[in-house]
Every structure is written in structure tokens, then in C-alpha cells.
Design a protein around this ligand. Structure first.
Ligand SMILES: Cc1cc2nc3c(=O)[nH]c(=O)nc-3n(C[C@H](O)[C@H](O)[C@H](O)COP(=O)(O)OP(=O)(O)OC[C@H]3O[C@@H](n4cnc5c(N)ncnc54)[C@H](O)[C@@H]3O)c2cc1C
Length: 398
């Protein structure tokens, strides 16, 4: 076994956007920080659409999460400005807003309910009739019955965000180990580092587990602190809007078609992301004909002109989901071990606030107020919330 020459104050396991933002903020706070991942900047952000949808993604029973989502959305403009400055890279952030539309009377009733819930929650959204929707987005289907204009739900390009975070980490002095963590090291009832697949042992005063949907699979985790996180598969398509067709859409457009969410996210560079399926399929990331068919069918009902566009990419990724769809942030029952995982369908949105919460925890030992409802101990047996079974992966976890 090789021992790394120097230990660090913080070791982050996992270099998706959540691990990267944790490491970047930790290093900015003066902590000697290391991060291990075979492919930093990979993970679900390679697939995600990048909607920053605090208001349009509001669901009944998720008011606690709403507070965190809004706190992160409010941070976004300053966060991307700081990240772009630190990395010298653009993130594709667009303050373009969102239009959620209804295609039939059932959809309209559903959207009316969402509007009422948004209003009760003090959120800004405006009801438009079908003609007003089409005036904003002329490519919408003629049958659109009405919609909600949400001016504050913007977007970012998750791939560029992840790439900028890798560079910002490197420039802030984070030591990147491009290898898989084989096992957490626990000594004297405390997390003390980790062992990489190549045998290198990394010592650290504090370890942050940010392994996305694989967080529950890390060897060496005592049973009591295994995070109840499971993978939720999502398939996504990427199309290209040729310059002659631009502007095809000016803002994110979404709808519920036959009970399934479909959204179209137009980037400034001509990319149009169409997503996403939601499937409980364990670690399967196969792109299926059925998934692609359903997305194209639903998107075509919403915006018929999409069938003219080149289809450039199909992909599937895994959302790391917790039992209440909210993240797990901060200390666990194992001293020295923290979690930053379970961000499910809002991980891109929650990146800025997660960085701030984790830096606060790592420097003070306490969760800041905004992060307190998301402490991992809400799922401990004494809290009365049962943890779900974590299914076995179909292939060697990375
Ligand atoms: C189809 C789809 C659409 C989405 N759309 C949106 C959206 O529009 N808006 C939004 O806000 N969010 C969206 N999300 C969610 C968002 O992408 C995720 O919540 C977020 O990317 C999770 O980031 P993460 O860093 O926690 O996990 P991941 O991205 O899964 O990264 C985990 C990392 O940990 C590494 N790792 C795991 N185990 C180990 C180990 N033992 N050793 C070393 N490294 C390890 C992996 O290699 C990986 O790089 C979407 C997700 C999907 C799949």
C-alpha cells in the first residue's frame, strides 16, 4: 500500500458538480483540499438539461426543498460570474425564463393547480392564454391552451459548468486524484481518509462523500451512515438548431403530456436539449428506442417543428435520489465523515448553495441555517424514517 506524502484537511470522494463545488469552496476557505474521481467533471452533469427551475419544479409536499432551491437560484448570477472569473471559462448561464404550457384541458387543470400552489407559496408566475403563449414562442403548437410564464427560472449548460469547476478547483489548489476510491478509511471510530483503486492511501481530517447515485456503495462505510440514495434514470436528446432556423425558441418550454414531463431547453450556441424520462431501473443507462420515441413524440406535440432539426445526441444518466427528493448535506454519525449527495433532479440548480453550505460545515463544524433541514440524520433509525433498499449495481461501480 502506498501512502500519499501529505494528508489534507478535506478529501472529497466524487468529482461531479456537487463534489467539485464543495472542493472549490473548501479550498477558497483556506482548507488543504483533495478530490478523487476517475473522471472529474463527468457524472450526471454530462446528461442534465441545466434548468434552474425552482418555481416550475415545485411539487406538493416539497416546500422544505423549495426554500433551498430559491436560495440557490438567487445565488446563481453572482456564482457564475465568480466561477467564470476564476476559471476563465463560460458556463452558458442564460437568464431567459421558462414557459410551462398546457396542451389539453387536463393539462390546463394541472397547470392551474401548480399556479395556485406557486401563488400560495409567494412565488412569481403569470397565467397566459394560448394566444399569449404563442406570441412569446411562435413555434408552439396551435393547440396550446394556456401556460405559466415564470420569469425567474433560468438555465445553465451543466457540461460547461462542470468543466469550469474542474479548472477553478485546479487554480484554487485542489489536488485532483484521477482514480476511484476503493474504500473509506476508518480509524478509532473516525473517518480518516480513503484508499484509491491503485492502492494509494489518502489521509484527511474530514472526508466528504459526494459520489452521486453511487454514494451508498462505497466500501468501508459503517452501516449506520450508508446514505439512502438510489439512481433514477433519465434519458435526454440533443438537437441542433441550424442558424437559418434561429431563434427557434427563446426560453425553456415545458409541458406535461399524457402525464409525462417534457421540456425543451434552447442554448445560445444552437443546442436544443429535449428531456427527460424518469425511470426506476437501477444502474441501467441504456438509451432505449422507447425512451427516444416518447420524448420525440411529446416534444413534437408541443413544438411540431422539432422534427426538422438534426438529432445530434442521445444519452441516459442517473439522478441521485433520496427518499424525500432533497439532498443530504453535512455531518454523519461517523465523526469526520460528511455527505453532499441526493440532489436528484435539482443538482445543477443546487450547486451554488451546496458549495456554501459545505464550506460552512467544513470550516465551523455546524450546518448554516439554510442547510439545517437537510442534515443526513433525518433518515437515521431514531428519526423514524426508514431507508430504502439500495439496489445492487449491474456493473462495477465507478
Ligand atoms: C436526465 C437528467 C436531467 C437532469 N436535469 C437537471 C436539470 O435540468 N436541472 C438540475 O438542476 N438538475 C438536473 N439533473 C440532476 C443533476 O444532474 C444531478 O442532481 C447532479 O448532477 C448530481 O451531481 P453529483 O455530483 O451529486 O453526482 P454525479 O453527477 O453522479 O457525480 C458523482 C461523481 O462521483 C464519482 N464517484 C462515485 N463513486 C466514486 C468512488 N468510489 N470514487 C471516486 N469517485 C466516485 C462518479 O465518478 C461521479 O463523477 C438532471 C439529471 C439527469 C440524469
Amino acid at each position: 500500500m502506498r501512502i500519499s506524502a501529505h494528508g489534507s484537511d478535506v478529501l472529497v470522494v466524487g468529482g461531479g458538480i456537487i463534489g467539485l463545488v464543495t472542493a472549490w469552496r473548501s479550498a477558497q476557505h483556506g482548507l488543504r483540499t483533495a478530490l478523487a474521481d476517475p473522471e472529474p467533471g463527468g457524472g450526471a452533469a454530462r446528461v442534465a438539461a441545466g434548468m434552474l427551475a425552482a418555481v416550475t419544479e415545485l411539487h406538493y409536499g416539497e416546500q422544505m426543498l423549495l426554500g433551498l432551491n430559491l436560495a440557490s437560484a438567487a445565488r446563481y448570477p453572482a456564482f457564475v460570474a465568480e466561477l467564470e472569473e476564476a476559471s476563465g471559462q463560460k458556463t452558458g448561464f442564460r437568464a431567459c425564463g421558462t414557459l410551462a404550457v398546457a396542451l389539453d384541458s387536463d393539462d390546463r387543470a394541472h397547470l392551474r393547480e401548480l399556479h395556485a400552489l406557486q401563488q400560495r407559496s409567494g412565488l412569481e408566475s403569470e397565467w397566459l392564454n394560448g394566444r399569449e403563449c404563442r406570441r412569446l414562442e411562435p413555434m408552439l403548437a396551435p393547440g396550446v391552451r394556456g401556460g405559466l410564464r415564470v420569469g425567474g427560472d433560468h438555465q445553465v449548460d451543466p457540461r460547461r459548468l462542470a468543466s469550469a469547476l474542474v479548472t477553478a478547483c485546479e487554480r484554487a489548489g485542489v489536488v485532483l486524484h484521477r482514480d476511484r476510491v476503493q474504500q473509506l478509511s476508518v480509524t478509532g471510530g473516525r473517518a480518516t481518509g480513503a484508499v484509491l483503486a491503485d492502492g494509494t492511501e489518502l489521509a484527511a481530517d474530514q472526508v466528504v462523500l459526494a459520489g452521486g447515485s453511487l454514494s451508498g456503495r462505497l466500501a468501508g462505510l459503517p452501516e449506520a451512515v450508508v446514505p439512502p440514495v438510489r439512481p433514477v434514470k433519465g434519458q435526454v436528446l440533443r438537437l441542433t438548431v441550424p442558424p437559418a432556423y434561429a431563434p427557434f425558441l427563446s426560453r425553456t418550454v415545458r409541458a406535461v403530456v399524457r402525464g409525462s414531463q417534457v421540456y425543451l431547453v434552447p442554448r445560445a450556441n444552437g443546442e436544443l436539449v429535449v428531456g427527460a424520462t424518469t425511470e426506476e431501473m437501477g444502474w441501467d443507462t441504456t438509451v432505449t428506442a422507447g425512451g427516444v420515441y416518447e420524448l420525440l413524440r411529446d416534444a413534437h406535440e408541443l413544438v411540431p417543428g422539432i422534427t426538422e432539426l438534426p438529432l445530434t445526441e442521445t444519452r441516459a444518466g442517473l439522478r441521485p435520489a433520496s427518499p424525500d427528493n432533497a439532498p443530504l448535506l453535512g455531518p454523519t454519525a461517523l465523526p469526520g465523515l460528511h455527505l453532499a449527495t441526493g440532489h436528484h433532479r435539482n443538482g445543477v440548480l443546487l450547486t451554488p448553495v451546496t458549495g456554501d453550505v459545505m464550506a460552512h460545515v467544513l470550516t465551523t463544524g455546524e450546518l448554516p441555517e439554510v442547510g439545517r433541514p437537510f442534515a443526513p440524520n433525518r433518515f437515521s433509525p431514531s428519526s423514524g424514517t426508514a431507508s430504502p433498499e439500495v439496489p445492487a449495481p449491474q456493473e462495477q461501480p465507478v
